[in-house]
Design a protein around this ligand. Sequence first.
Ligand SMILES: Cc1ncc(COP(=O)(O)O)c(C=O)c1O
Length: 308
Amino acid sequence: MTTDSHTTHDADEDLRNRDIRIWINGKLVHRDEAKVSVYDSGFLLGDGMWEGMRLYNGTWAFFDEHMDRFFASCKTVSLDVGMDRAGILDALTRTAAANDMHSNVHCRLMLTRGVKIKPFQHPSLSRTGPTLVIIMEHSKPVDSLQSAGIRLATVPQVRGLPMSQDPKLNSHSKLNCVIACLQAEAAGADEGLMLDPHGFVNTTNACNFFIVRQGEVWTSTGDYCMKGVTRQKVIDLCRADGIPVFEKNFSLFEVHGADEAFLTGTFGAQTPVASVDGKPVGNGARPVTGRIRKLYKNLIEEMTAGPG
Ligand SMILES: Cc1ncc(COP(=O)(O)O)c(C=O)c1O
């Protein structure tokens, strides 16, 4: 168990990031000049959708899956993307080229409802068309995340019901997750383990959550979490490789008795969990997490082989 503080998005410092170019509605500008209006719907209300993606060997990993989620999210909230997925890919390609980026690159693609004529909520006040911003950074997860693992604390903040703000939407507004993260930090942990409205273990504030018990891999039903692209890849890889995997309800009882636990997300792939609520996970051995990590790495290599 570690006493060093981590976030699941800790990356090695890369000085090249000081001079990156950011895409803002078709223009590529230095990060110091990259600005959106204070009247932008994203700034005023958190009214927008985003995707986190990674570039490996010149190829965006699981681009179609990210676009399926992005376009479905935008459609759900009547946010007109203003281009098709080929247009998005073109914007990504231009941004990567402007920054001479090929691998170990993380991208945050963000679309808001655009600039409003008044600082109020109604969507019809957004008159400019959407604001599309792409931030790409050189980004390699720190090695210590793999060895030390993440410390989780179960937090009072729960996942929402789908009829309030559906947690499947990857919206700009992440206040529910931010509050959970603050609570975890106050409890001396790195990230918050969030329950669903019924008290079953659901997900963390920034990643999806898995446990391993007697060779079986368990994750939540998916009803109250952001359905991560990495989460689905892990489920598919387990099925293909004969690892029993279940999407089911479970409680903290099963978490505290788990042999292994790990988080999934585009940035860190699979990040081991060292402790939950100050209790070490298992005996510290992580054979199943290690096997899944290898399968995922192979999949990325297969999908992104070649010139890209
Ligand atoms: C709340 C939350 N859960 C899970 C994830 C992981 O999703 P993915 O695997 O698609 O990166 C994210 C990533 O943005 C997230 O914000």
